[in-house]
Design a protein around this ligand. Structure first.
Ligand code: NAP
Length: 262
């Protein structure tokens, strides 16, 4: 299937590792020019090397996406380099969870600032360029915690449910301009973050974090956690010309974990 991604211009936030890295690679493989943004230059350089090996084109901006100024810098440099933006993958996220009885409001603020607010800011910044061409794709990476609250996941859950809300509202605002806004909610995915997230539990239960992760995966209907490439393949579809009739949708890629209907 030709996804029609050749020559498109994309930004992937949190593109140096995990799901973001795989999204950047998947888009580059399809001929999309990619800007990746994250804080650590070495990790960004490594992904740029991988894009190069795929005969793709990319550049990186090393910034902390907590700040509005840095979000502006990413979009400005992308427009200067590629002449516009067609695709935005909002993926950055690093919420620190804690038990709700010990949680500080700062922990919730931090999760919202990096994830929900940067997703909104980045969207607002790229939409004028997408409107110029009456074409655009915004793909948000939220997470199952948004609709599966537990006593230990309120920061990440609050950020994710905000994104689900924003996806619908933003889609209504820009769908008539040919801009499709959709969200993927991954479940447990084999990345650095999954290890970081399970670290406290592994200590609490005196278990090896790798063993804990694989056990959690085995408990899922899928029998395993997701690989980040699997999430990225769906992102590439949502970013494409081929995806032409999905507006404000949220797709759960959680190995069947979610119990709610729909
Ligand atoms: N893995 C899972 O099980 C899972 C499940 C559900 C949802 N998700 C969501 O999927 C998204 C990607 O997660 P992942 O598992 O791929 O995480 P990851 O492996 O930890 O990668 C996170 C990326 O974000 C960047 N980043 C972190 N803080 C940043 C900041 N302040 N400014 C700019 N960049 C920053 C990191 O690079 P630097 O640290 O160098 O900045 C890295 O590139 C997140 O939104 C996460 O909530 C993941």
């Amino acid at each position: 299937m030709d996804l029609g991604l050749e020559g498109k211009r994309a930004i992937v936030t949190g593109g140096s590792r995990g799901i973001g890295r795989c999204c950047a690679r998947a888009l580059a493989r399809e001929g999309t020019r990619v800007c990746i943004a994250a804080r650590t230059q070495d990790a960004l350089n490594q992904v740029l090397g991988e894009i190069d090996e795929l005969d793709g084109e990319g550049f990186a901006v090393a910034v902390d996406l907590n700040s509005q100024k840095n979000c502006q810098k990413v979009v400005r440099e992308t427009v200067e380099t590629f002449g516009g933006v067609d695709i935005l993958v909002n993926n950055v996220g690093a919420a620190k969870n804690a038990d709700i009885l010990d949680l500080s409001t700062k922990q919730i603020d931090d999760a919202l600032r990096l994830k929900s607010y940067s997703y909104l800011r980045m969207s607002q910044l790229v939409i004028p360029y997408m409107k110029e061409n009456q074409w655009g794709r915004i793909i948000n990476i939220a997470g199952g915690a948004g609709t599966s609250p537990s006593r230990r996941n309120m920061p990440t859950g609050t950020a994710n449910i905000t994104i689900l809300n924003m996806t619908r509202a933003l889609s209504d605002a820009v769908s008539s301009d040919g801009i499709l806004v959709n969200t993927i909610c991954p479940g447990l995915t084999n990345t650095f973050r999954a290890r970081e997230q399970q670290h406290a539990r592994a200590i609490r239960e005196n278990r090896d974090v790798e063993e804990l992760l694989w056990d959690l995966g085995r408990e899922l209907p899928a029998g395993r956690m997701a690989e980040p490439e699997e999430i990225a393949n769906v992102v590439a579809f949502l970013a494409s010309e081929t995806c032409s009739y999905m507006f404000g949708s949220s797709i759960y890629m959680d190995g069947g974990a979610r119990r709610g209907t729909p």
